[in-house]
Design a protein around this ligand. Structure first.
Ligand code: PGA
Length: 239
C-alpha cells in the first residue's frame, strides 16, 4: 500500500450543470480545508467556474472532463489540453468510462491524452474499472491490469480513480470489501501514483464508511457533486 496520505474529493459534473445551477452552487459553496477538493465542469463552464471560485475558494481545483489526443490544429469539435490549461484549469479526467463508451478509446488514444495533458501541465485523473459482465465473469483483475498498462511511465504524475462501471449512476455502490480488494490490487500494480479515488454512487450516507477503507484516498463523485451542501458533506466525511 502507498504511503501517500493526501486526500482528494472531486466532483464530476458531466453534462448535468446549467449556468444557473452552477451559479447557485458557487453562491452556496463553503471551502473545506484539510483535503484537496476539485470540480470538473463541462468545457463551456470552465472559465466561469474558474473566475467565480477564485473569489469564494481559491484553493479549489478545477479541471476538464476530457481532452483531444492532439496539441493543436484542424480537429473540429475537439479541445486541446493546452487550451484547457490556458484558461487556468489544473486537472483533467482521462479515460472516464462514459467517454470510453461513447468514443472508441484505445490504449494509444489514452496514452496520447495523458501525454498531451502532462505536456500542458495538467494533472490527470485517470479512470479505470470493470463492467458488470466482466465482474460476473471473474475478469475484474485482468481488466484492471490491462487498463493499468496505459499509465506505465506516467504513474508518479497522476491520480487514479477506480470506478466500477456497474456502480456509476446506478445507486449500486460497491461494498467496502470489494473496494478494499480492488484498491489493494491497484496499489500493488501502481505503487507510485499520487492517490487512488473510489467512484460510483458515492453519497453522504455511504461516504464515511468508504472513506475508511484501506487504500482509498478519496472520491470521484458524479450525481452527488451537483449540489454544494451534499458535495461538501462528502468532502467532510473524508477528513
Ligand atoms: P456517480 O458518478 O457518482 O453519479 O455514480 C461517478 C462518476 O461517473 O465519476
Amino acid at each position: 500500500m502507498s504511503s501517500s496520505s493526501s486526500k482528494f474529493v472531486y466532483g464530476n459534473w458531466k453534462m448535468s450543470q446549467s449556468l444557473s445551477s452552477l451559479t447557485e452552487f458557487v453562491k452556496s459553496w463553503k471551502a473545506v480545508s484539510g483535503l484537496e477538493v476539485g470540480l470538473f465542469p463541462s468545457y463551456p463552464h470552465l472559465s466561469k467556474l474558474l473566475v467565480e471560485m477564485q473569489k469564494i475558494d481559491p484553493q479549489l481545483k478545477i479541471g476538464a472532463q476530457d481532452c483531444s489526443t492532439e496539441a493543436e490544429g484542424a480537429f473540429t469539435g475537439e479541445v486541446s489540453a493546452n487550451q484547457i490549461r490556458e484558461l487556468g484549469a489544473t486537472h483533467i479526467l482521462i479515460g472516464h468510462s462514459e467517454r470510453r463508451q461513447r468514443v472508441p478509446e484505445t490504449p494509444v488514444s489514452l496514452k496520447s491524452k495523458l501525454q498531451s495533458a502532462l505536456s500542458a501541465q495538467l494533472i490527470p485523473v485517470f479512470c479505470i474499472g470493470e463492467n458488470e459482465k466482466e465482474r460476473a465473469e471473474g475478469e475484474t483483475y485482468r481488466i484492471l491490469e490491462n487498463q493499468l498498462k496505459v499509465i506505465e511511465g506516467f504513474e508518479a504524475q497522476l491520480i487514479l480513480a477506480y470506478e466500477p462501471v456497474w456502480a456509476i449512476g446506478t445507486g449500486k455502490v460497491a461494498q467496502p470489501k470489494d473496494v478494499e480488494e480492488a484498491h489493494a490490487f491497484i496499489w500493488k500494480k501502481a505503487p507510485k501514483i499520487r492517490g487512488l479515488l473510489y467512484g460510483g454512487s458515492v453519497k453522504p450516507d455511504n461516504s464515511k464508511d468508504l472513506a475508511r477503507v484501506a487504500g482509498v484516498s478519496g472520491f470521484l463523485v458524479g450525481g452527488a457533486s451537483l449540489k454544494s451542501d451534499v458535495f461538501r458533506k462528502i468532502a467532510e466525511s473524508v477528513l
